[in-house]
Design a protein. Structure first.
Length: 171
């Protein structure tokens, strides 16, 4: 694949992730504050499995977080970046370990995304009690959201979507 085609595809992935984030901002989950489905993470997990190199997927994620922060503003970009960075590192490691499927990689990503956000919040307020109190709730939410995201991507990859873009996917 040539670089121009890859760059265009990566731009489309960023746009899709931003669109999914925008759509998700209108959804209300009455379970507890801070819980989200993580629709934009569908793109992150897909990029990790579809793009030729992990750094390409990391770039898509970084641009999404930065542009999302520009659109939303405030301190949310700090939480988002912390969660995204930790989540991506864990998913990349587990994917490379080759003993984990897409769903389990995504579930770990969802869990560690929330861990990263809680660590960022604990650092800002200098309190570990907040972190420990909210950990079980957001941990379970991250696992559930990760399952949803992983299920969607697993089914999409098994349908052969990667062949439409001439990428080599190693499941």
């Amino acid at each position: 694949m040539n670089n121009t085609r890859k760059l265009i595809f990566m731009g489309l992935l960023v746009a899709a992730a931003l669109a999914l984030s925008f759509v998700e901002s209108f959804l209300f989950l009455p379970v507890f504050p801070g819980a989200k489905l993580g629709l934009a993470n569908i793109v992150t997990v897909a990029a990790l499995y579809i793009l030729p190199q992990a750094r390409d997927a990391a770039l898509v994620l970084a641009v999404r977080v930065i542009l999302g922060g520009v659109f939303v503003g405030g301190a949310s970009v700090f939480y988002s970046a912390a969660g995204a960075a930790l989540s991506f590192l864990v998913m990349w490691f587990l994917k490379r370990a080759r003993g984990f499927g897409v769903v389990s990689v995504s579930m770990a990503g969802g869990f560690f995304h929330n861990i990263g956000q809680l660590l960022a919040a604990a650092a800002l307020v200098s309190s570990t009690s907040f972190f420990l109190a909210y950990l079980p709730v957001l941990g379970l939410a991250g696992l559930a959201a990760g399952f949803f995201v992983g299920f969607v991507i697993d089914r999409t990859l098994k349908k052969g979507i990667q062949n439409k873009f001439d990428f080599d996917v190693n499941l």
